[in-house]
Design a protein around this ligand. Structure first.
Ligand code: GSH
Length: 220
């Protein structure tokens, strides 16, 4: 969602191709293919697109603003994404896991789907969530950290239209990509409840949807 949002914001044409992380060069999605080149990881993809097609979104930002963007991006991707999205989808509750399983493995034939989902879930919970460290905390501790991340984002956004001010920047692709995946998905948790109570984050997601994904709003 982050890369797709960036592409829409920068008005670069693209085609989404469904694939599996197993086939990705670094074992994770997203990756892109462009003019015979393959680039993996959203951060490298955006850097590549900025170099290749010009940096239309961030060029007005000074070095202090860029430093803030880097820190915010790490908060979103290395902290909130793990506790607020991955943990709640893969580990926290049976209901959330069923939703996640349907969304990710729903297209596979029944028996294969159950085996793939079981194996994959074990790997994500053990190797990634536990391995990264988040999985060693109690649920309430994980949610406490998630709420602190959300509070920081809400206070930083304040009443600005975009995270870096009046104009959209690449940080918005990242922030929207993760926030909308907490706020507007059928995955229930205290992190989502807290996010829904931060009205500037909720209306930010509405505005971003309206501007960059109007077709999804109409489909709802
Ligand atoms: N740092 C990477 C993270 C990407 C990531 O976490 N991808 C997840 C899906 S959203 C994935 O492919 N997971 C599969 C796996 O770890 O096996 C990026 O920003 O592109």
């Amino acid at each position: 969602m982050k890369v797709e949002t960036y592409l829409r914001m920068a008005k670069l044409p693209y085609k989404v191709v469904e694939t599996l992380p197993l086939k990705a060069p670094k074992g994770k999605l997203p990756y892109i293919e462009n003019e015979g080149q393959i680039i993996a990881d959203s951060r490298f993809i955006i850097e590549y697109l900025q170099t290749q097609y010009g940096d239309t979104l961030d060029k007005h930002l000074n070095s202090t603003e860029r430093a803030t963007m880097t820190a915010m991006q790490r908060l979103l991707e290395d902290s909130l994404y793990i506790g607020g999205a991955m943990y709640t989808r893969w580990q926290y509750s049976a209901e959330n896991w069923q939703e996640n399983k349907k969304a990710i493995f729903g297209g596979m034939p029944p028996i294969l789907r159950d085996i793939a989902a079981f194996v994959y879930r074990k790997m994500i919970i053990g190797k990634q969530i536990y391995g990264q460290g988040t999985g060693r905390h109690q649920a309430e501790e994980i949610f406490h950290l998630g709420r602190l991340d959300l509070d920081a984002l809400s206070i930083f956004l304040a009443d600005k239209p975009y995270f870096m001010g009046d104009k959209p920047s690449s940080l918005d692709a990242c922030a929207f990509g993760i926030l909308v995946n907490i706020i507007r998905v059928p995955i229930e948790s205290p992190v989502k409840e807290h996010a829904l109570s931060l009205t500037n984050l909720v209306s930010y997601c509405e505005r971003m949807m309206l501007t960059y994904y109007p077709e999804l709003l109409h489909a709802e």
